[in-house]
Ligand binder design. Structure first.
Ligand SMILES: NC(=O)c1ccc[n+]([C@@H]2O[C@H](COP(=O)([O-])OP(=O)(O)OC[C@H]3O[C@@H](n4cnc5c(N)ncnc54)[C@H](O)[C@@H]3O)[C@@H](O)[C@H]2O)c1
Length: 261
């Protein structure tokens, strides 16, 4: 176990994964715990959050699971209250949950547009709202938001609400960083490129051969020749929430193996 986050309390949303293996939030939760943080693993799927907690505890780390649908501000409020009741502080807020809706413009519905913005954007602003009084009182806090390179580039897929919500998330992060800089609260945003997560694999239709072709195509599209792993995103997040990044706030960190070059 490392010491970079010793005595820190971290909330990670979307800390489970939708299939076997490691997603971005799950890897971040595990890495924070490996560096000494006590991690609140938040997910709307309690069993998925509990699995992450079991993995962390098996490595000797400290974590607990909490069920929250981040699309509901009232549940985010309860999430923060539960963390404070248990630990009395919150040092790290890692907003990882993000969803997409792949609808051509012609088929876009108001409900789908609102749902994606509720989950990808409204969730983050309300999570920040509820943790901020605690971080300000502590005079210390680090927020990491998980955006996407889709916030700054066309990604080949017409998911309008995803592009829009992730772009807004970048600017939201900058505004929070600027507003709370004097309070010792830092906020940064990570823009992952093509990452090999269970979510991505469950989205690929077809048989094993067709799926292998899609994976090979995703690897080919990366200048480095391979998709990133959730640990690449987790390592970037670990840096940003650690004291090594104490003078970094309002930054957009692209972690994409060169996709946006
Ligand atoms: N995988 C990629 O290639 C890629 C690329 C760019 C950005 N991202 C971003 O990374 C983040 C995580 O992606 P992933 O593929 O690891 O995640 P994922 O889709 O596997 O989800 C992780 C967890 O989030 C939970 N979740 C979903 N909706 C929730 C809600 N409303 N409330 C609480 N929990 C909820 C799921 O139950 C799951 O356990 C997202 O923000 C995504 O936009 C991923």
């Amino acid at each position: 176990m490392g010491q970079r986050l010793k005595d820190r309390v971290a909330i990670v949303t979307g800390a489970g994964s939708v299939g076997e293996g490691w997603g971005n939030g799950k890897a971040a939760a595990a890495l924070y715990a490996r560096e000494g943080a006590q991690v609140m693993c938040v997910d709307r799927d309690l069993a998925a959050a509990q699995e992450t907690v079991s993995l962390i505890e098996a490595e000797g780390g400290a974590a607990f699971a909490h069920q929250t649908d981040v699309g509901k501000p009232s549940e985010l409020k309860s999430m923060v209250e539960a963390c404070i009741a248990r630990h009395g502080r919150i040092d790290i807020l890692h907003n990882n949950v993000g969803i997409e809706d792949v609808s051509p413009l012609e088929d876009l519905t108001e409900a789908n547009w609102d749902r994606v913005h509720d989950i990808n954007l409204k969730s983050v602003v309300f999570a920040c709202k509820f943790v901020m009084p605690h971080m300000r009182a502590q005079k210390r806090g680090a927020i990491v938001n998980i955006s996407s390179v889709a916030s700054i580039r066309w990604g080949g897929v017409p998911y309008y609400s995803y592009y829009s919500s992730k772009a807004a998330l970048n600017q939201l992060t900058r505004v929070i960083a600027r507003k709370y800089a004097r309070d010792g609260v830092r906020a940064n945003v990570i823009l992952p490129g093509l990452i090999d997560t269970p979510h991505v694999r469950t989205q690929i239709p077809g048989d094993a051969q067709q799926q292998a072709a899609v994976i090979a195509d995703r690897n080919r599209r990366c200048p480095m020749g391979f998709m990133g792993s959730p640990w690449d995103i987790a390592n970037a997040a670990l840096f940003l929430v650690s004291d090594e990044a104490r003078y970094i706030t309002g930054a957009e960190l692209v972690v994409d193996g060169g996709v946006t070059l």
